[in-house]
Ligand binder design. Structure first.
Ligand code: PMP
Ligand code: GLN
Length: 412
């Protein structure tokens, strides 16, 4: 508490007040006593745009979440566990049946062995997993490399760990990683490289050869990889997902992060997990246990049951969303948007340069306010945004919602 605040508080205590607001609180409003640890951070663009969509009653194609319900079977399992005693703290690292089910899934579908006891931690969404993973390995003064446009939670977590974020732009127009640029950027202070495939916001994907390039680049460097694979099952056109967990050389130095929110259409449940070698998992859990301690019990049980009983639901996810991507794109075929290739995720980038000269934030605000369609601008994902006219639409929506949105977008 600063001098003003402390003095104000003491005076206020000695002489109980006539004012409504104690002076130390009034002081707070006038002079900020807090030196922000994240001075450049505001409210996330997802919250800003969803709030705006609500305010203007716009169709919300901004923040990424489905406008349809999850599988009835999953809901039934949740109801069951809520009514059958699964309402108290679970183990800190997550319930073993869920960790076991994840390990079985990795063995059966990705042919890799992961120890559920020592290498898997259930988290409160992938966001928490990213935060703990970054905190686990980044020391003050370390450098962390991200590829722009980069998901918005990476840099604040690096800053809070005392690290410096190094931004390498992805190549345009295809949003690929320039591995030569990575090699040039690596130095002895580089502790972590963050990759994300399928990629939010661009929808590009990494291939096996990309992982080979990454492995070769960091072979003689003392650094780790954090791989954000939350859209692992939302991948199109017959491509397989290239996970760091399946890459022998990368596996031993990688933490991979996943989210059931995306896979089971339950973004609000906030259940994810991190797979990492046991020594990294030990450090990861030290942060997890004093951050949230653990993750909601009934959701973990419901997901464990569903993962075992309905493996088909994640196997069909790619085709499910490919249909939506194709529908959305065909509906916009006659529009003045130029749609960029989308290899995965439930996002579609659209170049609007034939429609408007506005910058992307202004354009997103304008179509939300004036046209009733909310979108996400790309510049918040950049350290230095390029001069492009591109916004992101989320197509995780009912077909009718996409039709209704396209009708409006076709008039622009
Ligand atoms: N990483 C990426 C790339 C994401 O798009 C998201 C959320 N949409 C997350 C992490 C966070 O996932 P969760 O909602 O499970 O915290
Ligand atoms: N990841 C989601 C998106 O890209 C949003 C998550 C959030 O709002 N934090 O839209």
């Amino acid at each position: 508490m600063g001098v003003h605040g402390e003095k104000g508080y003491q005076d206020w205590k000695k002489n109980p007040p006539a004012h409504k607001v104690p002076p130390f609180i009034a002081d707070c409003a006038m002079t900020s006593r807090i030196q922000s640890k994240l001075p450049d951070v505001g409210t996330t663009i997802f919250t800003v745009m969803s709030r705006m969509a609500e305010e203007y009653n716009a169709i919300n194609l901004s923040q990424g979440f489905p406008d349809f319900e999850p599988d009835e079977g999953l809901i039934e399992r949740l109801e069951h566990h809520l009514r059958h005693g699964k309402n108290q703290y679970p183990p800190m690292s997550g319930i073993l049946p869920l960790r076991q089910a994840i390990s079985d899934k990795l063995r059966d579908y990705s042919r890799i062995d992961v120890d559920p006891e020592t290498e898997i931690t259930i988290t409160s969404g992938a966001t928490e997993a990213l935060f703990c993973a970054i905190g686990a390995v980044v020391q003050p003064g370390n450098r962390v490399i991200v590829f722009d446009p980069a998901y918005d939670s990476y840099e604040p977590a690096v800053s809070l760990a005392g690290g410096e974020t190094v931004h390498i732009p992805m190549t345009l127009p295809d949003y690929r990683i320039d591995w030569d640029a990575l090699e040039q950027a690596l130095d002895p202070d580089t502790r972590l490289i963050i990759i994300n495939s399928p990629h939010n916001p661009s929808s590009s994907i990494l291939h096996r050869e990309d992982l080979d390039r990454l492995a070769a680049a960091i072979r003689n460097h003392d650094c780790y990889v954090l791989s954000d694979e939350v859209y692992e099952h939302i991948i199109f056109d017959g491509h397989g997902h290239a996970s760091v967990l399946t890459h022998e050389e990368l596996r031993g130095r990688s933490m991979a992060v996943f989210s059931f929110g995306k896979t089971y259409h339950v973004t609000g449940w906030k259940v994810g997990y991190c797979v990492a070698p046991s020594d990294l998992t030990v450090e990861f859990r030290k942060i997890h246990q004093f951050n949230v301690f653990t993750t909601t019990t009934p959701m973990q049980w419901a997901i464990a049951d569903f993962l075992i009983s309905s493996p088909g639901s994640f196997l069909e996810l790619g085709a499910f969303y490919q249909h939506k991507r194709d529908l959305f794109c065909s509906l916009l075929e006659q529009s003045r948007f130029r749609l960029l290739p989308a290899g995965g995720t439930y996002f579609q980038l659209a170049d609007y340069s034939e429609i408007s000269d506005l910058g992307d934030t202004d354009f997103a605000n304008w179509i939300t306010r004036e046209k009733g369609i909310a979108a996400i601008p790309l510049s918040p994902f950049y350290h230095a945004a390029p001069d492009t006219r591109i916004v992101r639409f989320c197509f995780a929506k009912q077909d009718d919602t996409l039709r209704e949105a396209a009708q409006i977008l076709n008039t622009l």
